[in-house]
Design a protein around this ligand. Structure first.
Ligand code: GLU
Length: 356
């Protein structure tokens, strides 16, 4: 090669590298938005209607079209999985959603998945996906407290943030996340603490991080087993057993417990005051139901997140009962349902409640 043509060749190579470099820099992550309904897809009659409106109205393509800036952070496409107020989501819907997420994260051309959801059961769906989807890729559940038609609507920024987190390399391996109000929560811990105000979602042990203008700031990791480290796999689950929650306050009686047992429940979450306390009139009833094969799981409805201890309020070893520890009743229902697909052994179930 002559000096001149070598120079020419080097010049062409440098130009090609620059071009490839800039194309690489422009390469955005591919994020799929699975829409399920909720207030984030809600619409009210007037901009002053921040709390009275209809949820699950706006289709996913319209949600995406309403935020052109999404294209700056990811290549986004949407799928309408269902269109529901999340209080109406049933176990079958969880399975449909979980299987769709699982299929998507196996695709090479999908870098992350966002699920738009109603706030009422966001904490349940996020925990379910955290337990059963085998992936390191980010799965982000997002919701809003105000419909898009309201003043100071929170859905646009929440969705923009969720897509940004779902497309982030540094969000890998953290389990299912819930992004609300600039905050990144673990789907395992997060809970809806108040039914109004954009800061409704809190994690009793603290959030994992924050997202501000497209940058993630991480503070902690979830120590509990999840996703790739979980023994549960959505691809192996085709039905969830019936687990019911019985709410116990003062003057509690046995009607609901017996009705749930008669309806074929495999476990009852005893949503109790305090340390999963059991009224003295209820102790023999729960013993009797355990004797018939039902699993009795003591949880608590204290507001700030519970801490039910084994053999503290009740002799769980003697009665062969289970404690939900820090899981609130609705999260305990999810974990029990998933765990019962694998085992009905109370010691194994208790192990699962400590580990997840
Ligand atoms: N109840 C409805 C739901 O959970 C609306 C509440 C909301 O999304 O904030 O879907």
């Amino acid at each position: 090669m002559g000096k001149q043509s070598f120079k020419h060749w080097i010049g062409a190579l440098a130009a090609a590298m620059l071009l490839a470099g800039s194309a690489f820099a422009q390469q955005k992550p591919n994020v799929v938005i699975l829409a399920t309904g909720g207030t984030i897809a809600g619409a009210g009659a007037d901009v002053a209607n921040s709390a009275t409106y209809q949820s699950a109205k706006v289709p996913v393509d319209k949600l995406i079209a309403g935020i052109p800036q999404l294209a700056n952070v990811a290549n986004v496409r949407g799928e309408q999985v269902f269109q529901l107020g999340s209080e109406s989501i049933r176990n079958e819907d969880l399975l449909t959603l979980g299987k769709r997420v699982s299929a998507l994260v196996k695709q090479n051309d999908v870098d992350g998945v966002v699920i738009t959801h109603g706030t009422d059961t966001t904490e349940e769906t996020a925990y379910f996906l955290n337990l059963v989807v085998k992936t390191e890729k980010p799965i982000v559940v997002v919701a809003s407290m105000r419909p898009g038609t309201a003043m100071s609507a929170d859905g646009m920024l929440n969705l923009y943030n969720a897509v940004s987190v779902a497309g982030s390399k540094d969000a890998h391996g953290k389990g299912t996340l819930v992004v609300m109000n600039d905050t990144i929560h673990s789907g395992r811990d997060v809970s809806k603490m108040i039914n109004i105000r954009p800061e409704a979602f809190q994690s009793p042990w603290g959030p994992l991080g924050m997202i501000v203008e497209g940058k993630n700031y991480w503070f902690r990791k979830l120590d509990k087993r999840h996703t790739t480290n979980s023994e549960f796999d959505i691809d192996q689950i085709d039905a969830l057993p019936l687990v019911e929650i019985a709410y116990a306050g003062g003057n509690v009686n046995d009607t609901a417990y017996r009705a749930f047992a008669n309806a074929g429940a495999k476990a009852i979450i005893h949503a109790a005051p305090g340390n999963g306390s059991v009224a003295k009139t209820l102790v023999p009833v729960l013993q009797e139901l355990r004797g018939k094969g039902l699993q009795i799981i003591r949880s608590t409805h204290v507001n700030a997140g519970g801490f039910v201890l084994r053999n503290a309020e009740q002799p769980d070893d003697k009665y062969d009962w289970i404690v939900a520890h820090d899981l609130n009743p609705q999260k305990a229902r999810i974990l029990a349902s998933v765990a019962l697909t694998k085992t009905n052994d109370s010691k194994e179930l208790q192990r699962v409640f400590w580990e997840y």
